[in-house]
Design a protein around this ligand. Structure first.
Ligand code: HEC
Length: 177
């Protein structure tokens, strides 16, 4: 118990140092800091994706789950008719499963969950040349840099789990707005 308190105080102290350190930073350094900031852009097939139709949402609150987060499925205009009706997905269809952080606030009246920043994106792009993975290109992208995660194998890491949905073109979620 005492040890815990000690660490608690040490962390608070470190945070305090961090805050005061920041406040005393001379403003002359600001331009240098601004210059070092890199801005990232989504790849062409994802431009404007956060404005696409949000067809399905769910919250996975277990932080140990690989599916943790405030999840949203977003689909582009080409994919929307097929997603709604179950007809064939045309070339150019893009489906995004967005994993966002969440903020939970609880009080005696209950709890509220707010969506936070994007952690990562699971993406399916219709591409008939992707014969190994059912005519979809599966990829996992970092939510900030949009870089593809090299450790994810599209067959064993994505496609194999989507296989049971082959009669629905490998798509799990259903329109639920
Ligand atoms: C363990 C099984 C599993 C694995 C592995 C998996 N998915 Fe999924 N995926 C799902 C389920 C289930 C859904 C439906 C949303 C939900 O309920 O979480 C889904 C939804 C999606 C969606 C939205 C369209 C749809 O099918 O509903 C995309 C896009 C997607 N996954 C891409 C990927 C990519 C890319 C990978 C690999 C990085 C991947 N998935 C790995 C189970 C899986």
């Amino acid at each position: 118990m005492k040890l815990k308190n000690f660490f608690g105080s040490a962390i608070l102290f470190a945070v305090f140092l961090g805050i005061t350190g920041c406040a005393s930073t001379p403003s002359a350094q600001s331009p240098a800091i601004a210059q070092s900031k890199v801005s990232y852009h989504e790849p062409d097939f994802l431009i404007g994706y956060s404005d696409w139709a949000n067809t399905f949402s769910k919250v996975v609150s277990n932080s140990k789950s690989p599916f943790y987060g405030f999840l949203r499925v977003l689909v582009n205009d080409t994919a929307l008719p097929a997603y709604k009706t179950g007809s064939a997905y045309l070339q150019g269809s893009v489906l995004v499963l967005e994993f966002n952080g969440m903020e939970e606030v609880s009080d005696s009246a209950g709890s509220e969950i707010t969506m936070d920043k994007t952690i990562w994106l699971a993406v399916m792009v219709r591409d008939s040349s992707a014969v190994e993975t059912g005519g979809w290109r599966f990829m996992a992208l970092d939510g900030v840099t949009f870089r593809e995660k090299p450790e994810v194998d599209p067959v064993t890491g994505c496609y194999n789990c989507h296989l049971p949905q082959r009669t629905n073109d490998y798509v799990f979620s259903r329109y639920s707005r």
